[in-house]
Design a protein around this ligand. Sequence first.
Ligand code: AMP
Ligand code: MG
Length: 353
Amino acid sequence: MKTKLLSPGEVGKAADIIRSGGLVGIPTETVYGLGANGLDPTAVRSIFQAKGRPQDNPLILHIPDPSWLERYCEDIPEAVWLLAKRFWPGPLTMILKCKRHTPDKQSVSHTGPWVIPEVVTAGLDTVGMRCPAHDICRAIIEAAGVPIAAPSGNTSGRPSPTSVTDMLEDMDGKIDAVVDGGVCQVGVESTILDLTCTPPRLLRPGGISLEELRDMLGEVELDPAILRPMGEGEQPRAPGMKYRHYAPKAPVIVVKGSPARSAAYILEHLSPTYWDGVICFDEFAGWYPGHPVECLGGTLDQWEQARRLFHALRAMDEAGVKRIWAQSPDTAGMGLAVVNRLDKAAGFHIIEV
Ligand code: AMP
Ligand code: MG
């Protein structure tokens, strides 16, 4: 298959491909997604195929505005509307109760039944809903007239793509088209908040921080799988959490502690003979001559760190390093999302200094 590269002006073409059951790489503010018509089970199945994604890992549905929630969800708590008002369009996915597939109650519009096929939710009775803050992305959804089911556009297990180049690296030849929407502004996937339980539970940290959510909702529980590996037989609330994620080819070692101490620890332990790479804060860029180095941004700039993290991991693969040492921020604000992705990329191989 030849993958077409579409310009931002070709939103209509992207929407046509989606409506006719094809796969399109779509830019969002978080990461590039691999989108298909969320109401078309065959199209959605081909997402899993292109990514090599396990069938039990559900997808997020992308909608252009909160009013679409009522088509696909039921028992929507009041807090959802407040969250939508404050954080949508934006990097927040809300897990809600999915409308049941009862043919007699089905509403049918010109775009098909307002029923989400089971393949989207991996058979769960809940569904993840998001309204993205990227003009091109919302324009594609609106032109298609259907919710777009989209996971991140990487091959399963790899770091998510944050540019059209990264997207093509994984998906060229496997999907119909990619729309070039520039570099993603957030750089890590959306915050996932489960609103089917009380108190609401954070399943994945992202561009909307835990602090912001607590500020608005009061109590918000932190899912344990965010900061530690899942134990034997433990069932994670977000099925995706049990898989190795965000991983470059080389093993990653995360070093935590004050930036100066973690930088020094890495320097002491870099092997002169082994092809070690380093992911570090800008302040330490010059510390590791002779080794491939990717900078994440300044020690205090967690937004920049999030923006650059996945590309840094991919760049390490390109340099062909045998092992990656990475500095880690603390978990305040956006730091929690960065820490979570780094820890997972490292398979929780963490050194505290
Ligand atoms: P991705 O877009 O590739 O980051 O994948 C979507 C993420 O959302 C995965 O980690 C899924 O496990 C999670 N997710 C999607 N739908 C649900 C749901 N209904 N309940 C819990 N987690 C979900
Ligand atoms: Mg993903």
